[in-house]
Structures are given as structure tokens and as C-alpha cells.
Design a protein around this ligand. Structure first.
Ligand SMILES: *[C@@H]1O[C@H](CO)[C@@H](O)[C@H](O)[C@H]1NC(C)=O
Length: 567
């Protein structure tokens, strides 16, 4: 039978293609050599053959023999953070309103026609019918078709994002996970839609993930509570609660109820055994020091700039920040090597135009914006690309990190060691904020202030690890995480932090590829599956006498034709 032969030839191509592309898609971190960087990995190893890097091999070994052998120098680092940003789950705002959907429209048309039949002459009814048909063909059906496509798109997008989280979590085995804000795609959604997106977030995209509890103890020992592998440290994004000019109690409450608290911090201490064993050589003289600690801070940066819709929310945000600095942050006069301050927040810090994709940008609500949304605050902060220069410097660089260009401040201005992780700009960026002592002075600036904050691309600092430490001035790195959305390549970051006498870190990026690859593989698998089923059915039918007779004679006929094609 010609059909069967054709199917067999098509499947001979499709089946291997489907299998290899599916293996590639479902094991993408292996093909990209993604793994949490290892303490002892020298950068040259990564540059040569990534699949032979100790980090990759250690992860592979972890999967091949799940029970870890005794501690070896290539053990995975103690703190492994899977970093994701801006999933931006879309929803009903990109679909037609209920009264525009086909069932509602059809019942409207039906009512029109009936009333016209009852009350008007037949000619009028006929013209009503004509206009109904016209609307159906030119408006309703195309809109319904577009909406159906969009629904499929949204569903596929959920599973694409889920694929990234599930695959990366399984392969890389993080100890902690964070999503750096913009969990959903719009702050203007209704209560019902917010709940619906929350459900999709937890049940579909981040299935297996858990909301961080409202009450966590302030100090924990690393590795003691394995629940952190599945808790999602969710950061507040502007599409979740709005910018300062939109953030209301109601918006914050619904975010915190569904996704977890908006600002909190926790200290993870190194277990005493590992701090003494891994660094026993250096420990001798400074063993009296504080327990090495990672101070993880989840900061709501959306409420720090002004004017805010609700000044009380802003005031409590600054209260939190002050309490953090007064009571929980490590003193800047202490041993800088013993605390690693990891700041997670949505909005990137201020930097000049040209350093990252986004330039500084601020927009404010107009008086008449309030017509669309009564809760708008005229003049309130409507949009921002970065934190303002003032908040970046005061709240973050000089606040959370206690740094300064003024050498006479406590700690000489060196502040706290650590790293800043942000989201928001979608394209990603990697910079160092540092004290520049040769800045040009504005005419209105302090006469004796001979320094300013500056930022430059991390890669411009040359090669090596933790390059900001070699700049000779107070400096801190900020990694703006590229979005996990398909159009940006489905990125995730793997941040390792470990202690070897001092805290050290390294971060690697890992891309899943655009969503079209995900779609193509699944369409290919579906088509292959359907064709295989068809072959099976034909085969079963072919078992009966009559059909098999036809099959043999048809086969004879087609064979020469196929040969000529191949020549
Ligand atoms: C410091 O600022 C000055 C003036 O803006 C600039 O020329 C210089 O390159 C900056 N220094 C560094 C290390 O970037």
C-alpha cells in the first residue's frame, strides 16, 4: 500500500528526529554544561571544555550515584541558589472580555433576529441577518480564532516556564531558589484573576515549589532545613504590586497572601563541622571570630522612591531597612570575610545611560490618569527603570552594604561583602558599583565631596573571579538576571557561595532556548505519535486477508517509482 510505504519513510526520518530533539530539550542543562560552579574550579577549566569542568562532572556524578561518598574537595558548594527572573504570567488581560466572546455574541444575535422577526417586516429581518453574518465572518470568528490561539499560547508558555524550573531544579540540585519579581504580567488584574494566576504559578509553573512561611527564624544553620530546596524566595515586582505610585495595602496583601512576604531577611550560618574542617588551616589564629554567615535579604525596592501612593507603606519600608541595619546587619567594623550579604530585589540600581540596556527613566502619574483607575495618585511614581540615584546610594550601597568613599567612616568605607541580584530589565546586565574618586563635580555639589558612585560592566574589569575585589576601592557587583521568558531565551542563573576562610561566590548563566524550540519539539512529538498510531492501525487492518492482498500488489507497483525518485 502506497500510504503505508510513505508513512514508513516519513517515520524513518521523524522518529529519530523526535527522539533526539526530545532528549536535547529535556536534558538541556547537560548539553549546555550547566552546573553550580565549584569552589576549586579555576576559570581556565571553564574556558576550555565545559563538559570536563569539575563542576559539571560533580553534578553528573551526583546523578549517577545519588548517595554521596565521603567529603571530597569537589563537593558541591554549601549554598547553591537557583536564580530566576520575570516569568510574568499573562492571562485574561490579553484575551477578549466576556461580552466579546463568541457565546455572548451569538446569544445577542439570536435575540436581535427574534425580535426583528416578531416586530419588523421580512425585508428588515433579512438585512439584520445579513449584517449578523457579516459581523460573524469579519469580527467574531477571527477574534475567536485569535483568542483560541492566545489561550493555547498562554498554556504552552506556562508549560515552557515549568519545563525550565523542573529541569534546572532536577539537574542542578539547588539548596535555595529565588524568583526576582514580576511573577505575573500585570498589576492591574482583578482579585479573581490574581488568584487564578497565583494558582497557575504554584500548580503549574513552579509545581513542587512552596511559599516561604510568614514566620521564619532569623538565624538558621545551612543544610539543616532541606525545605529550602523547595521554598521559592519570591521578590515583589512592579507587575505584582505596582510602582510606588500604585502600591496600596490591598495590592501588598494579596501579593503576600499568595506569594509570600514582601520584605524579610534570614541568616544562614555555616554548620560548625564544615567551617572547622574546610578551613582548619586558616582557622587556628582567627577561630574566635563569628560563625561565618550568609545574610539573605529580600528587599521590596518598589516602595523606596517617591511620591508614593501610601506614605505609610513607604514609612514602614524604611523602618524595616533601618531595623535591618541597626539590629541584624553585620557591623562594618567587624571581619568582612565572615558575612556574605546577598541582596535580592527587583529594581536594578541606578547607573548611567549606556552601562546596561535600560537607561535611567522615571515617569509620574498625570492628573487625569485617575479617570481609568480611581486609586491612582496624581503625581505619584508611575514607572522607573532603576532605583533613583539617591536611593541606590543611600539605601543600598551605603545602607545595606555600608560602603562609602569617605575613608573616615567606620570600617574605612569598605562596608560588607556580598552580591546584589536584581531583575526587571529582561535583557540582563552584569556591573560593578564602585567608588570613583575622580568624578566630575556638579556646580551644586558638596565642595569637599571628592568621590561619587559609578558603575561599569563587570566584563570590562578583565579576566578572573570576583574582580571587584581587586579594584582597590569599595565595590560591589550587581547581576541583573536575564528573564526566564521564552523571548529572552529562558534564562536561569546558578549562584554558588562557599566559605574557605572567607566567603566566595561564582555565578553561571544557563539558557533553555526560545519557546519556539519547546513548541517545535512538542509538535514534532505529537505528529510522530499520531503517525505511529496510524501505522499501527494500518498494520492491524492489514492483518485481515483482503487488505493484505491489496497491500502486496500496491507495494509491487510503487517500488520502481520510488527507485527512479532516488536516482
Ligand atoms: C571616574 O569618573 C570619571 C569622570 O566621569 C571618568 O572619566 C573615569 O573613567 C571614572 N573612573 C573609572 C575607573 O571608571
Amino acid at each position: 500500500m502506497f500510504l503505508r510505504l510513505l508513512l514508513r519513510r516519513v517515520l524513518a526520518v521523524l522518529v529519530p528526529l523526535a527522539i533526539t530533539s526530545t532528549i536535547y530539550l529535556y536534558l538541556y542543562p547537560l548539553f549546555h554544561a550547566c552546573a553550580f560552579p565549584l569552589p576549586d574550579a579555576s576559570p581556565s577549566n571553564h574556558l576550555s571544555i565545559p563538559h570536563l569542568s569539575p563542576a559539571f562532572l560533580t553534578t553528573l556524578r551526583h546523578h549517577l550515584s545519588p548517595s554521596p561518598s565521603s567529603a571530597s574537595p569537589s563537593d558541591p558548594p554549601i549554598f547553591r541558589l537557583l536564580v530566576l527572573a520575570d516569568p510574568q504570567l499573562e492571562g485574561d488581560s490579553s484575551l477578549p472580555k466576556p461580552h466579546e466572546q463568541l457565546p455572548a455574541r451569538l446569544s445577542n444575535y439570536y435575540a436581535d433576529l427574534r425580535s426583528s422577526l416578531r416586530t419588523k417586516p421580512p425585508s428588515a429581518t433579512l438585512s439584520t441577518l445579513r449584517s449578523v453574518l457579516h459581523n460573524l465572518l469579519h469580527d467574531d470568528l477571527p477574534r475567536t480564532f485569535r483568542a483560541a490561539r492566545k489561550r493555547l499560547d498562554l498554556l504552552g508558555n506556562d508549560y515552557y516556564l515549568a519545563h525550565i524550573y523542573r529541569t534546572m531544579h532536577w539537574w542542578s540540585a539547588p539548596s535555595h531558589v529565588t524568583v526576582l519579581g514580576d511573577l505575573i504580567g500585570s498589576q492591574w488584574v482583578s482579585e479573581g484573576e490574581f488568584e487564578a494566576r497565583g494558582e497557575r504559578f504554584w500548580e503549574r509553573v513552579f509545581r513542587g515549589g512552596r511559599r516561604v512561611e510568614d514566620h521564619i527564624s532569623g538565624v538558621e544553620v545551612l543544610g539543616e532545613d532541606e525545605g529550602w530546596e523547595h521554598r521559592l524566595v519570591n521578590i515583589v515586582g512592579n507587575h505584582d504590586v505596582g510602582y510606588a505610585g500604585d502600591v496600596s495595602r490591598g495590592r501588598m496583601e494579596r501579593f503576600e497572601r499568595v506569594f509570600g512576604r514582601g520584605e524579610w531577611d534570614v541568616k544562614f550560618q555555616l554548620p560548625s563541622s564544615s567551617s572547622s574542617s574546610s578551613s582548619s588551616s586558616v582557622e587556628g589564629e582567627e577561630g574566635e571570630g563569628e560563625t561565618p554567615t550568609i545574610h539573605l535579604i529580600n528587599l521590596n525596592s518598589l516602595i523606596l522612591d517617591t511620591p508614593a501612593l501610601d506614605p505609610a507603606i513607604q514609612a514602614s519600608a524604611y523602618e524595616y531597612l533601618n531595623e535591618l541595619l541597626d539590629q541584624r546587619s553585620a557591623p562594618v567594623t567587624g571581619d568582612r570575610n565572615r558575612t556574605f550579604t546577598l541582596l535580592l530585589t527587583h529594581l536594578p540600581l541606578h547607573k548611567k545611560e549606556g552601562v546596561c540596556t535600560d537607561a535611567p527613566y522615571f515617569a509620574f502619574h498625570e492628573e487625569d490618569d485617575s479617570q481609568d483607575e480611581p486609586r491612582f495618585y496624581a503625581g505619584g511614581l508611575k514607572e522607573q527603570n532603576h532605583l533613583s540615584e539617591y536611593v541606590s546610594a543611600n539605601a543600598v550601597l551605603e545602607g545595606v552594604f555600608g560602603m562609602s568613599g569617605d575613608e573616615s567612616v567606620p570600617g574605612g568605607g569598605w562596608g560588607r561583602k556580598g552580591l546584589i541580584l536584581t531583575g526587571h530589565d529582561h535583557t540582563g546586565c552584569d556591573v560593578v558599583h564602585f567608588v570613583n574618586r575622580t568624578v566630575e563635580k556638579d556646580e551644586d555639589e558638596d565642595e569637599d565631596k571628592a568621590w561619587g558612585w559609578d558603575a561599569m560592566r563587570y566584563r570590562e574589569l578583565g579576566s578572573g573571579l570576583e574582580k571587584e575585589k581587586r579594584m582597590g576601592v569599595p565595590a560591589i557587583r550587581e547581576v541583573t538576571m536575564r528573564s526566564m521568558m521564552g523571548e529572552y531565551g529562558g534564562y536561569s542563573g546558578l549562584l554558588s557561595v562557599w566559605f574557605d576562610g572567607e566567603w566566595r561566590y561564582q555565578i553561571q548563566m544557563c539558557a533553555a532556548g526560545v519557546q519556539h524550540v519547546w513548541w517545535a519539539v512538542h509538535v514534532l512529538d505529537t505528529v510522530t505519535g499520531v503517525l505511529l498510531l496510524l501505522v499501527l492501525i494500518l498494520h492491524l487492518l492489514g492483518g485481515s486477508g483482503l487488505a493484505s492482498g491489496v497491500g502486496v500488489s500496491a507495494g509491487k507497483d510503487t517500488r520502481p517509482r520510488q527507485k527512479t525518485k532516488e536516482q
